[in-house]
Design a protein around this ligand. Structure first.
Ligand code: PLP
Length: 374
């Protein structure tokens, strides 16, 4: 019998939690438009308010700070569009929804471990004082899991009169987040990375920071994001956020599984690079290179073995480019195209680790044989 497929791509999207699925289904039974004043509308409004409070609790803020959007991508675009005439600086390892939304932004480098160079941020902000700035730094990188010094970056930014946006899409549900302790003025979340449905996200806004709406129309979300609310998505997001807060302690144990993968892989081939290993990382993420074998070839081989992982930067077209994140970490272009990301979640267990390592070894042996025969 073919064994069940193994999902190790939680950073791409996490399976929808049963609680989130139930919340979505229940919300779909509600008929009202939350802007209507009658009882139907008030029921929809109540559900949104309850969910907003749960999402707010995920990052330890008041509910009014949460503005629901259609995705993390929209939230990032909305946060950056609020820069107005501020200069924008972003870390070199941001998600495309930051990099492409602010193509002219100054890029702040990271070191070889994938950690933001705070001195470079300080220098960039000090150099040009002609206008205030907006700085965008993610809390955890989607490819390597490396956790960024956001609180320190916020302190630097504030010292220079800048505001700080933090893309916390990958960190939420994996590490505790206190937006005030981080010092972030704007923060992005996305439901589908933590067991909610895809197509719902939020930008969290510190009091006193004005968001410049991208979508104009009705007064939803305090005039910050027009459009009739996606109450099913919002309800699913709220349910997933509540479970994420409840189960945060359990997220750390994935580190044991991840470390076991890395220990066994290095025992087989000590020369293999594990990117960001020396830095503080999310417990669920490992970015492993296999010299000489393209990331997409590895992904296909794992898929044939019934294991879902992903290659560095699979863009929405399905094509895989050498990872820009790894290149920003000074990894050469070839090696940056030969890495895969393993990202674990609550569905994984010790048996999956054995399956992964066996498939990984088989692939490595085949690559070595091919090389020897060439
Ligand atoms: N930011 C980061 C770091 C991500 O990893 C992703 C998704 O991969 C996004 C933003 C975009 O979120 P969404 O898929 O909700 O648009």
């Amino acid at each position: 019998m073919t064994p069940a497929p193994v999902y190790m791509d939680y950073n791409a999207t996490a399976p929808v939690l049963p609680e989130a699925r139930a919340a979505v289904a229940a919300a779909l039974e509600i008929t009202g438009n939350a802007s209507s004043v009658h009882g139907f509308g008030r029921a929809a409004r109540r559900l949104i308010d309850q969910s907003r409070a749960k999402v707010a609790a995920l990052v330890a803020v008041a509910p009014e700070a949460v503005v629901f959007t259609s995705s993390g991508t929209e939230a990032n675009n909305l946060a950056l569009s609020s820069a107005d005439d501020r200069r924008i600086f972003v870390s070199a390892i941001e998600h495309d929804s930051i990099l492409r939304a602010a193509p002219k932004a100054g890029r702040i480098p990271v070191d070889g471990d994938g950690v933001l160079a705070l001195d470079a941020l300080e220098a960039a902000l000090a150099k040009d004082k002609s206008a205030p700035a907006l700085v965008s730094v993610m809390l955890a990188n989607n490819e390597t899991g490396v956790i960024q010094p956001v609180a320190e970056a916020a302190a630097v930014a504030h010292r220079h009169g800048a505001i700080l946006h933090c893309d916390a899409v990958q960190a939420a549900g994996k590490i505790a987040i206190d937006m005030n302790a981080l010092g972030a003025d704007l923060l992005t979340l996305s439901a589908h990375k933590l067991g909610g449905p895809a197509g719902i996200g939020a930008v969290v806004v510190r009091g006193g920071i004005a968001l410049k709406p991208m979508l104009l129309g009705g007064g939803q979300e305090g005039w910050r994001r027009a459009g009739t609310e996606n109450i099913a998505g919002i309800a699913g997001f709220g349910a997933a956020a509540e479970i994420a807060v409840r189960d945060l302690d359990r997220a750390a144990w994935l580190g044991d599984l991840r470390d076991e993968i890395e220990r066994r892989v290095l025992a087989i081939a000590p020369e293999v690079p594990i990117y960001g290993k020396k830095a503080r990382r999310l417990a669920n993420t490992s970015c492993v290179g296999m010299p000489g074998v393209k990331g997409e070839t590895q992904v296909m081989a794992f898929d044939l073995a019934g294991i879902a992982v992903s290659a560095g930067a699979a863009c929405s077209s399905g094509k895989v480019a050498p990872s820009a994140v790894l290149q920003a970490m000074s990894v050469g272009k070839d090696a940056a195209g030969q890495a895969i990301r393993i990202s674990l979640g609550r569905g994984n267990g010790p048996n999956d680790i054995g399956r992964f390592v066996a498939a990984w070894k088989e692939l490595l042996d085949r690559a070595r044989q091919l090389k020897a025969a060439a």
